[in-house]
Design a protein around this ligand. Structure first.
Ligand code: NDP
Ligand code: BG6
Length: 462
C-alpha cells in the first residue's frame, strides 16, 4: 500500500469546494505542506478532469508564491486533481473508485448539504473499495451540524453508527482563524491577563460580527437558518468559549474540549428577554431581505441578533457577554471587546479617560489587530490625561502572511490534530443554549424581527 494521502472532496461541484476547500488545498501545496497527495473531487454533475480543473483554476490565487512562478504552481497543483461523478450509495462509489490503488491515508471532505451527510457516510462505510481503510479514514464535516439540539443528536446517532468520534473532524472555520487561535496564546502565554480575567476586574465582554453583504446567492440555506444558527451558535459561541474558559494545564484536544464543554454547560439558556432580533429592509439600492429570491414571503428569519448571555460560574458571575451579529450592516468586522472596570480616579484633571474603562480589543478581521485602550499622561507639566492605544497591527508586526483558516484546519486534519475542531459534546452544549429560544421564535407565535435599513449602523437602529 502506498504511503500516500488521498483527499476525496464530496460535493466538489459546489460553492464551498470551489471557493474554499480547493483554494485552501492549493495554499498548502504552494507552501510545500502537501506532499505525495492526490485530490479527488466527487459529485453528481458530469465533468471531465479537464473541465473540473478549469473550474478550480478560476478560484486559485497565489499568495505564497512569487507571481512569475504562480502558473507553474497552479499547473502542478491541478495535475494532482481528478474528478469522478456519481450518486451517494456504495455501488456508485465502488463504480467510481474501485480503479484507485489503495493508499495509507484517506480523508473524506463533505462539502455537501448536511442532508446528504448520512447517505454519503453510509456509502463510504458500505463501499467495498474503502473496506481496507475503514478504521483509519477521516471524515471532515462542515457546519451546520443540525438545525436544533434534537436534529444534531439525530445526525450524530446516525453518523456514529458507521465511524467512531475520533474519525470525525467538525470544521468551524472560525477556529482556524489566526486571531481566534491567538486568544488562547494571549490569555495563557502572558502573565498579566489571567489575574484580571474575572468578574472582579472585567465589566463586560462584547463580541461583534458585522457584514455589509446580503445573502450572495445563499438565500435557500439562510432562510431556513437565520443569523443565530448561521454564525452565533457556532462561530461566535466558540469565540466566547475561548475567551472565557478556565486555564488549561497544557494544550491538548481533551483539555481544550473539556474546558469548552464545562464553560458552555454553565452558559444560561437564552431567553426572549435577553435577545433582540432584526431583519433588514431595502435601502433603495439593495432590496430588502423579504424581496431576495429564495426567501419566503412572510419570513421571520432574523438577519441580525443581539444576545446577552450569562455565564453561571465563579469567575464570570454578573459579567454580561453580549454577542451582536448582523448581515447588511455598515461595515464588515469581527472583534472581541473586553471592557475592564473603572479605576477610582485620583487625578484632579477629570478627563474622559478616567471615566471610560480600559478596553482590550481583539480584531479578528478584516485587519488582524490587537489593542489596549489606556489612560495616558499628556506630555508637559501637571497631570493632564488622555486616551491612547497600545497598538499591535499584524501587518506591522509580522512579515508572514496570515494563513487561510481552511488551510490551517485542513493541515490539522492531515496531522490528526483536533485541538481546533468542534467535539460532539460541546456542539450539543452550544445547541442547548439557543434551542428553546429558537423554537419559540420560529413558532407561529414568534414575533416579527425589528426592521433595519440595509447598510445601517446598528447602534442607530436598535
Ligand atoms: P452547495 O449547495 O453548493 O452544495 C454542494 C454540492 O453538493 C452541489 O454542487 C451539488 O453537487 C451537491 N448537492 C446538492 N444537493 C444535493 C443533494 N440533495 N444530494 C446530493 N448532492 C447534492 O453547498 P455549499 O458548497 O455552499 O456548502 C457545502 C457545505 O458547506 C454545506 O454543509 C454548507 O452549509 C457548508 N458551508 C458552506 C459555506 C459556503 O461559504 N458555501 C460556508 C460554511 C459552511 P452535484 O449536484 O454536482 O452533486
Ligand atoms: C459562514 C456563514 O459560516 O461564515 C456565512 O454561513 C458568513 O453567512 C461566513 O458570511 C463568514 O465567514 P468569514 O470567514 O467570511 O468571516
Amino acid at each position: 500500500m502506498k504511503d500516500k494521502l488521498r483527499i476525496y472532496v464530496f460535493g466538489a461541484s459546489g460553492d464551498l469546494a470551489k471557493r474554499k476547500t480547493f483554494p485552501a488545498l492549493f495554499e498548502l501545496f504552494s507552501r510545500g505542506l502537501l506532499n505525495d497527495v492526490e485530490l479527488v473531487g466527487y459529485a453528481r454533475t458530469e465533468m471531465s478532469d479537464e473541465e473540473f480543473r478549469d473550474v478550480l483554476s478560476e478560484f486559485l490565487t497565489c499568495r505564497y508564491v512569487p507571481g512569475e512562478s504562480c502558473q507553474t504552481y497552479m499547473d502542478d497543483f491541478l495535475a494532482l486533481c481528478t474528478y469522478e461523478h456519481g450518486m451517494y450509495d456504495a455501488d456508485s462509489l465502488d463504480k467510481a473508485f474501485s480503479k484507485y490503488e489503495h493508499v495509507e491515508n484517506n480523508i473524506f471532505y463533505m462539502a455537501l448539504p448536511p442532508v446528504v451527510y448520512v447517505s454519503a457516510v453510509d456509502a463510504i462505510h458500505g463501499a467495498e473499495c474503502f473496506e481496507y481503510c475503514q478504521s483509519s479514514l477521516k471524515l471532515v464535516l462542515e457546519k451546520p451540524f443540525g438545525h436544533s439540539l434534537a436534529s444534531s443528536e439525530d445526525l450524530q446517532d446516525s453518523l456514529s453508527s458507521y465511524f467512531v468520534e475520533e474519525q470525525f473532524y467538525r470544521i468551524d472555520h472560525y477556529l482556524g482563524k489566526e486571531l481566534v487561535q491567538n486568544i488562547l496564546v494571549l490569555r495563557f502565554a502572558n502573565i498579566f491577563f489571567e489575574p484580571l480575567w474575572n468578574s472582579e476586574y472585567i465589566e463586560r465582554v462584547d463580541i461583534f460580527w458585522k457584514e455589509t453583504l446580503s445573502l450572495h446567492g445563499r438565500a435557500g440555506y439562510f432562510d431556513k437558518y437565520g443569523i443565530i444558527k448561521d454564525v452565533i451558535q457556532n462561530h461566535l459561541i466558540q469565540i466566547l468559549a475561548l475567551i472565557s474558559i478556565e486555564r488549561i494545564a497544557e494544550l491538548s484536544t481533551d483539555n481544550v474540549s473539556c474546558a469548552k464543554l464545562k464553560l458552555l454547560d454553565s452558559v444560561k439558556k437564552l431567553t426572549k428577554n435577553n435577545a433582540v432580533v432584526g431583519q433588514y429592509i431595502g435601502n433603495g439600492q439593495v432590496p430588502g431581505y423579504l424581496e431576495e429570491p429564495g426567501v419566503s414571503e412572510k419570513s421571520k428569519t432574523p438577519t441580525y441578533a443581539r444576545v446577552n448571555l450569562e455565564i453561571e460560574n465563579e469567575r464570570w458571575k454578573g459579567v454580561p457577554f453580549t454577542i451582536t451579529a448582523g448581515k447588511g450592516l455598515d461595515e464588515t468586522v469581527t472583534k472581541v471587546v473586553v471592557s475592564f472596570k473603572r479605576v477610582k480616579p485620583i487625578f484632579k484633571d477629570m478627563c474622559e479617560c478616567q471615566s471610560v474603562p480600559n478596553k482590550l480589543v481583539i480584531q479578528i478581521q478584516p485587519e488582524p489587530h490587537i489593542y489596549l485602550g489606556i489612560c495616558n499622561k499628556v506630555p508637559g507639566e501637571g497631570f493632564k490625561l488622555s486616551k491612547k492605544r497600545l497598538n499591535f497591527l499584524y501587518s506591522e508586526g509580522y512579515n508572514e502572511q496570515i494563513p487561510d483558516a481552511y488551510a490551517s484546519l485542513i493541515l490539522d486534519v492531515i496531522k490528526g490534530d483536533k485541538n481546533m475542531f468542534v467535539g460532539i459534546e460541546e456542539l450539543q452544549a452550544s445547541w442547548r443554549i439557543f434551542d428553546d429560544f429558537l423554537a419559540e421564535s420560529e413558532s407561529n407565535d414568534g414575533d416579527m424581527p425589528v426592521a433595519y435599513t440595509f447598510g445601517a449602523n446598528e447602534k442607530e437602529v436598535f
